[in-house]
Design a protein around this ligand. Structure first.
Ligand code: CDP
Length: 248
């Protein structure tokens, strides 16, 4: 239990009015950058995050190239103006390095790496505004950006966190909930088989609570996946309409 903990649940509702299983609003727009191979912008509650993908491209430095498969490099970073907390003064901090590493692990497990031997796929996640759950929102957006770049993947990954506030299990913690919760557990899932590609835990959960949290993540995932797919569909519907209006 953290000191001076504010009351996060009042009359069965969270401070922002959500029920325990409710997600914040999620909007994704794909293909927002002209000079990236794929991109996506996500607004998830108070988070505003841009994801950009470059590749498959030449590996630099060359000796990192693997002739049997592609190399995936993810860089998560928070813009210096993304929150009121101190960060971003001199390159990546420990937290950004950790999030970049776990994000790389997620995508290494879904990208068809052997289709791009000897090449590199770069994924950049830029947090413009942070409000809790940025790694999950970043992974969700990067997944769309990778699909938008035409990178073959086994699945379209989504991520969200579940957590525990007092005795209650809740989904999609915002910043104040994240800071004062008894447990925060971000997960990334490949929905086809519900494969778990990331599970981190700040705090602890009993076996029963863990089961409940995972089922809430999977339930919320259906909504997140559909927002991701809609964002991708819109790009290609837009292209088709452009061709039609040009008489092609
Ligand atoms: O963002 P996520 O929940 O994945 O990671 P966290 O380390 O649990 O951070 C929780 C929240 O604290 C972030 O979403 C940001 O809103 C905020 N934060 C920040 O503003 N500046 C930092 N250097 C670290 C975290």
């Amino acid at each position: 239990m953290k000191a001076n903990k504010p009351e996060l649940i009042v009359d069965g509702k969270r401070l922002d009015g959500r029920g325990f299983g409710d997600l914040r609003s999620i909007k994704i727009t794909a293909n927002v950058l002209d000079n990236a191979d794929g991109s996506a912008y996500i607004e998830w509650g108070g988070n505003k995050i841009l994801a950009a993908v470059y590749g498959p491209k030449e590996v630099f430095p060359k000796h990192f190239a693997d002739p049997t498969k592609a190399r995936v490099k993810c860089r998560y970073s928070m813009a210096p103006f993304s929150s009121l907390e101190e960060h971003g003064r001199s390159g990546p901090n420990r937290r950004a390095i950790e999030i970049s590493k776990v994000t790389t692990n997620v995508f290494e497990n879904v990208i068809m790496l052997s289709e791009f031997p000897g090449s590199e796929i770069d994924v950049f996640i830029e947090v413009l505004q942070g409000d809790g759950g940025t790694r999950a929102a970043g992974i969700t957006a990067a997944s769309v950006a990778l699909a938008n770049a035409g990178i073959h993947m086994k699945d379209l990954v989504y991520a969200v966190s579940a957590g525990k506030i007092g005795e209650d299990i809740v989904i999609d913690l915002n910043k104040i909930e994240d800071n004062y919760s008894d447990c925060d557990m971000p997960m990334a899932i490949a929905p086809r088989n519900n494969d778990v590609l990331l599970l981190q835990m700040d705090g602890g959960l009993s076996k029963e609570d863990l089961k409940k949290a995972v089922s809430m993540v999977i339930e919320a995932g259906k909504k997140i996946s559909s927002v991701q797919k809609e964002a991708l569909k819109k790009v290609y519907t837009g292209i088709a309409e452009k061709y039609e209006s040009n008489g092609v």
